[in-house]
Design a protein around this ligand. Structure first.
Ligand SMILES: [Zn+2]
Length: 261
């Protein structure tokens, strides 16, 4: 394995990172602080770097996942006020949720093809349902900006979060819910429970979890919680009704929804 190559590169004249001119024999760049005599890679170092980043990713993911259950305020308020290292950032966490749900689809298709038929009833819709399943998390995640908007309106009088910060909250809450739904859904399919009932339970769980997150993040009292939950439900009911009407109208106008005479 050990060829006759030098273990470090030739001394550099300028910093690779910021182009600052380097003093001879300096170990660190005086301008940006990056290390200069970088050791060359060998297989052992490559493995060490890889496993270090893998375990630190796994570690921050686990911490984020657990704390979004027991202290979501610490994760969400923490990120908003500038905590960066302890938890995964909301967008990476969302990417993680998409990855996990992608893995679920792979596992179901490969090992439980029959479960898909049970899940959606007839074979006729089989092709459609696979397509929907493939993009389920991605499709439903389109509701994140809308949910953030509703949250922004409902909690506006508290003057705590702006719209962007509500987006952060919703990225975290949505991803957490998606990861739970993926794990629980896979479990249901494997042991053969009714997926329809499961989906219904999960809708209820979503409402409970979002209420809990908002209560923690905004430090609501029980009275405030009931009031805002009602307000939130009415607002989202109203907005989703408007959207459904708009969608039906669009379908009617484009002719894909013919009305019976
Ligand atoms: Zn530099």
């Amino acid at each position: 394995m050990s060829e006759n190559l030098p273990t470090t590169f030739q001394p550099l004249e300028n910093c690779l990172n910021c182009k600052h001119e380097l003093e001879s024999n300096a170990n660190y760049c005086l301008n940006c602080g990056s290390k200069i005599k970088e050791l060359r890679f060998n297989l052992k170092r490559l493995l060490a770097v890889y496993s270090e980043s893998f375990f630190s990713l796994e570690n921050t993911f686990t911490k984020t996942f657990i704390d979004l259950w027991i202290r979501p305020d610490s994760v969400i308020n923490g990120f908003v006020i500038g905590l960066r290292k302890r938890y995964m950032n909301p967008v990476s966490y969302f990417a993680m949720a998409l990855t996990i749900s992608g893995l679920q689809v792979f596992v179901i298709k490969k090992f439980y093809p029959d479960a898909l038929a049970n899940m959606y009833g007839s074979e006729k819709t089989g092709f459609m349902s696979i397509a929907v399943l493939d993009y389920q998390t991605l499709l439903t995640s389109a509701s994140i900006p809308l949910m953030a908007f509703i949250g922004w309106i409902v909690f506006k009088t508290l003057k705590k979060y702006n719209y962007a910060e509500h987006l952060i909250l919703n990225f975290y809450a949505y991803s957490q819910y998606a990861i739970l739904a993926t794990l629980a859904g896979t479990f249901c399919l494997i042991i053969g429970w009714d997926y329809g009932i499961f989906a219904f339970v999960m809708i209820f769980m979503t409402i409970v979890y979002y209420t809990y997150v908002y209560k923690k993040v905004f430090g609501l009292s029980i009275k405030g919680l009931i009031f805002r939950t009602l307000f939130f439900t009415l607002m989202s009911g109203f907005i989703f009704a408007l959207l459904s009407i708009a969608a039906a109208l669009m379908m009617f106008l484009t002719g894909s929804l013919p009305l019976k005479a």
